[in-house]
Design a protein around this ligand. Sequence first.
Ligand SMILES: [Zn+2]
Length: 463
Amino acid sequence: MRSSIEQHVWPPILTGRPATLMALQHHLSKSQWWSAERMRANQLRQLDRLIDFAMRTIPFYAERLRAAGLEPGMPLTWDAWARIPVLSRHDVQSAGDHLNAATIPRSHGRSGEKASGGSTGIPVRIHKSEFTNLMFEAIQLREELWHREDTTGTMVMITPPFSAMSTAMRQAASTRKGMSMPHWGGIQSLIWTTGPLHMIDLILPADAHVDFILRHAPRYIYTLPSTLRLILWHCRDRGISFPGLRAVWTRSETVDDALRELCHATLGVRIVSNYSAAETGYIALQCPTSAALHVQSETCLVEILDADANPAAPGACGRVVVTPLHNFATPLLRYALGDEAECAEACPCGRGLPLLARIAGRTIDTLVHPDGRRQRFFFDQTAVANIRAIKEFQVVQKSLHRIEVLLAVGPSFSSADSAKIHAVMRAAFGSNFEIELSSCDRIPRTEAGKLRPVRSELPQLAH
Ligand SMILES: [Zn+2]
């Protein structure tokens, strides 16, 4: 651990923001083991403050909460909470500035606008306070403590350039040489002595990424799952490995079991993933002992709701409804961000934080049948990923009668492979659709650099 005092190395002393964050870690290290009842009782105390603030200062919520039978100053109960209507992305978009508080408590610091990645079309814009960012960093540090074995190791980052990067840095990152920094940066480098960071743009081809990784021999790779998949296929087909690599950390997109297996089989290391959104911050972190995701209950309330808005049973899939507990700048009360997740029973690791077995992706991606029936747009991705000649794929509903499978393939792609894909699509979507395969060099990414495995070009219902 670093010391915040100049010319002083031991015993380490932190001051300011790092000290606040590490003090908070002390509490989080205990609360992770709390019972569900104890956690919910404390969440209710925080929600009570948030609701009262929202009712008193934001007319949008005053009206909405009164209509649900809540009054300012009335102690909050879980029954009352369940009467609050779910807030959709569409609600947030149409309310615009009416969701923002005119002023927030002074100790929450300044607030600024934050927009979602826009992977589902129109981004959601909200305000976030400095206090919310502090809570975000607290969970970021928890992820480090749960998963990082060696903070002094070299990191290779393969992502789109950050908005904070200068033009020169962006240009350097977009070449095969990439750019280098002496430390990882971020909150990690204020607390620990971290190793060097080498960064290269995600837009470059897999062979450039692999060369870059081989040159820097990192302990950790940080990238998006769709980019990792290309790197793994490149390595698998050429027998390339990365000695010294300890783990691959990912963000943004969902990591499926096929990718975890491929990573382990090809590089002999595990994937560390999390579930977060720009509007809400961290929602869940991967369990230190399994691939399931623990909800970060100290910073958000997560509800998984079925079609009747009741809590979904363990093993069932439902809408993810999130309430960030600490953002008073734009309170999001029961916000359905457009994902579905499957809840799981208690985790064998013993932590009391609720468990999500998997994230099922954006609910907005629904398949519409010619007769108007809607179905979750889902197919056996593992079966497609196992076809070795395929580098990338995306399934697109083009019209009520036509589904296009967009493929980036190598020269060994055969008619048998094509037949396999047709069979997977028929098994998932029935025989009402004309399935068309088309090839491209690279599947277009969203603005945030994400590859969406399914996409519909039909008008989607607002959730
Ligand atoms: Zn666990």
